[in-house]
Design a protein around this ligand. Sequence first.
Ligand SMILES: NC(=O)N[C@@H](CC(=O)O)C(=O)O
Length: 439
Amino acid sequence: MAGSDNQTLVTDVRPYGEGDAVNVLIRDGVVVEIGADLSADAEQTVDGRGGVLLPGFVDLHTHLREPGREDTETIETGSRAAALGGYTAVFAMANTDPVADTAVLTDHVWARGQKVGLVDVHPVGAVTVGLGGTQLAELGAMADGVAGVRMFSDDGKCVHDPLLMRRALEYARGLDVLIAQHAEEPRLTVGAVAHEGAAAARLGLAGWPRSAEESIVARDAILARDAGARVHICHASTAGTVELLRWAKAQGIAITAEVTPHHLFLDDSRLATYDPVNKVNPPLRESSDCAALRAALAEGVIDCVATDHAPHADQDKCCEFAVARPGMLGLQTALSVVVATMVAPADGAGTLDWRGVARVMSERPAQIVGLPDQGRPIEVGEPANLTVVDPDASWTVDATALVSIGRNSPFDGMELPARVRATLLRGRVTALDGAVVGR
Ligand SMILES: NC(=O)N[C@@H](CC(=O)O)C(=O)O
């Protein structure tokens, strides 16, 4: 008998990895029942045996390259990677070509993401026209558009003019939107390609000092304080940034921050091969920075994990280190890297449990941008944006098997723990056992 076509049953899962396994019934995109002996005439049943049920992941920082560089990623291929990675919402950065600095473009990105239908693709609007850093973009028009843009960033570039940043924060406060800063004082990184430290010095690579990031984090915390605005720090990468965030939060400044999976895991010892797959902005730092970032994420000084998924074409990446584009793939490996660094690290000293994973990959990101239907508790009556994780799986990353068009994964060939088994967007299965499930 055909099942009821608006119902999905997820069986034998442990919400947040706690308690006994339960079945979860979803109807019309909403969780309607959770129970041990629950059965239902559902159209689709997801066998979650042994799985941990988490709220769907939310990525505040991804590059989908459409429009302009569809040879490296499109909204469709990026959405597929997101679904396979357990994501139900992603924020697509504005550094496309043309730049997403008008409502026409941000509304287009939103509409395209909805048409693909695998993940909610929220466009990030540019702070300045063309990411030029001299003239504010029409934040209000983008916020009022169909996409309802709620986050603005010149990511890839820093809004380095302090007066312009101040104005942006003042407007953002009025519009109740978020400015996300790529913290890099450009005068301190002219020609820089790697973290300024012993490894870069040995290899003859021009250095990107920690102070380039930290000076902007400190400045923007103070500007946000005086504007009474919220500010979000993209891809925090240094131990000093952690201390500045701790200070600013203690003052009551409305500052939040993200860390990428690669900055939690990889350090500048990776540079020794000169392989440009390890080139990224901000650069891979020292192992002491990685340790500080992990501790800050566990403690909540850093709020969340964001991928900074940055696909590039072979011709832009497989070339001399100094000229290669910075950036790494992240969507399909993020959960596994978070587990490898925070939940089940090799030394056995895990600092996050599954509830903590839900906090940093789903709840906090949704709260930071104010998404009402994401990062919600797993409870009856809540929207069924959900991810089933196999905590006992292990897999070897094969960059050629990832669904992004770019192949630039620094985790290629590594064996990583845990795997996303299923992703559900408003109750509809978008990924199952490593395959995308289309509409
Ligand atoms: N994070 C990266 O290394 N790359 C980003 C932009 C940037 O921040 O340089 C990209 O768009 O490729």
